[in-house]
Design a protein. Structure first.
Lengths: 319, 115
């Protein structure tokens, strides 16, 4: 029996792990084998304080993990399929089920993050791994001297487009709006980059090719008759996210997109269940905000457990 | 060294290169080659899964690892555009590939469909 079970090993989950372990809560963190934290596939994190030269997402997560383990955090690899409410000795507990195991804890912290949304256009699935990619750091080096398309206009899309210029001869950013949403510093770099060009107000309609991708068809969102074919060898998709919350939606309230609704203490609609990071409904999804949420969730969960065990610490006790 | 590299029933993923892959594919009737690279986060997540499968299914499935950064010839030959990428060979012929990381049980299921 654990005090706290954390689901997810990204910045939010690992920060919660650091805080919970440091509070001597008996804590288990479950890390997914399917959906790695998206930050681990990010080339460089430039806006996390303390790293003026930037740090790769993968290394940042390794450091978080190392730090959490120093405080005794137990980590297991498994994917959660369902959550169940139960009770032990008249205390509420939660069961976390994976396909082969079940874990019990007084409190849960959901930090499952999100994954890149698919375009859902013909050819996308067929060519996944054959030219369609959702990870530039993984697959970029296979596109030396190639023309690649990047779909999206947010921070990730622009950052990864810049990364791809190291390999590709040409990078075309396809964005459904007439301007980027990415941070201005990234926009400036992209706009002035000689290898990067833009297809504004455009969406991908189809991905075609032989064994691998050869062309994409795009169309203007304002004038559907305006269509264009681009010869590309790769398509990198960073247009929107889907929260990894399918397993929890019958237990905690989510918004219409599936993001978990939390209050300022990271409490969800289910007693004893907290959520933090990219899987929650919030304004800004960044490493720094995920860490902040994770610390808050661990602290709130700890208060909840002390309360539950009849050992509340004064006025902080949660209802 | 070549002799020793290709043990009869390895319980760990054997290391392959551009030079040794064809020999390994000929030797083992059913071999799964994990094409990976240091730069790829999901590949590094899949590594322990492959190690665990190699141990549990010793004698049934041979597992191997090939670093695509150092062995670009193999990557080009099999048209690899995305990693992690598992190449599955049966009786010396490529019968399938599996792209992307997945949990151990799912991965085993996929691998067995090619047996």
């Amino acid at each position: 029996m654990y005090d706290i079970i954390i689901v997810g090993a990204g910045p939010a989950g690992l920060t919660a792990g650091i805080y919970a372990s440091r509070s001597r809560m008996k804590t288990l963190l479950l890390t997914s084998q399917i959906n790695p934290s998206l930050i681990t596939t990010t080339d460089i994190v430039e806006n996390f304080p303390g790293f003026p030269g930037g740090i790769t997402g993968f290394e940042l997560i390794e450091r978080f993990t190392q730090q959490a383990k120093l405080f005794g955090l137990e980590i297991a690899e498994d994917d959660v399929v369902s959550l169940e409410r139960d009770s032990r000795d008249s205390m509420d507990i939660w069961k976390v089920n994976t396909s082969s195991r079940s874990f019990e804890g007084f409190s849960l912290i959901l930090a499952t993050g999100s994954q890149y949304a698919h375009l859902n256009v013909p050819g996308e699935e067929k060519y996944t791994g054959k030219g369609v990619s959702y990870c530039a750091t993984c697959d970029g080096p296979f596109y030396r001297d190639a023309h690649v398309a990047v779909v999206g206009g947010g921070n990730t899309a622009v950052q990864e487009a810049l990364f791809l210029t190291r390999f590709a001869s040409r990078v075309t950013i396809i964005h459904r709006r007439d301007r980027l949403r990415a941070a201005q510093v990234l926009q400036d770099r992209a706009v002035s980059h000689e290898k990067i060009s833009f297809e504004w107000n455009s969406i991908v309609e189809e991905v075609t090719g032989g064994d691998t991708v050869e062309e994409i068809r795009i169309r203007d969102v304002k004038d559907p008759a305006k269509k264009k074919t681009l010869e590309v060898q790769g398509v990198f998709v960073f247009a929107g996210y889907i929260p990894n919350t399918a397993f929890a939606r019958d237990v905690v309230a989510c918004d219409e997109s599936g993001y978990v609704i939390v209050d300022d203490q990271m409490r969800t609609s289910a007693k004893g269940v907290y959520a933090c990071g990219d899987c929650t409904k919030k304004l800004l999804r960044q490493v720094i905000t995920a860490c902040g949420d994770g610390a808050t969730a661990a602290f709130a969960a700890e208060q909840y457990i002390q309360d539950l065990k009849g050992n509340p610490y004064g006025t902080w006790s949660v209802s | 060294m070549g002799e020793e590299k290709f043990v009869e029933n390895p319980d760990y993923p054997i290391e392959l290169s551009d030079d040794t892959i064809s020999e390994a594919v000929k030797k083992y009737p059913f071999i799964v080659v994990d094409c990976w690279a240091e730069w790829c986060g999901p590949c590094r997540m899949l590594g322990p899964v492959i190690e665990s499968l190699a141990k549990k299914h010793q004698g049934e499935i041979v597992f191997a690892k090939l670093d695509v950064e150092k062995n670009s010839q193999t990557a080009a030959e099999y048209g690899i555009r995305s990693i992690p990428n598992l190449l599955v060979f049966k009786d010396g012929t490529k019968v399938g590939d599996i792209v992307g990381a997945m949990p151990e049980d799912k991965l085993l299921e996929r691998i067995r469909t090619f047996k």
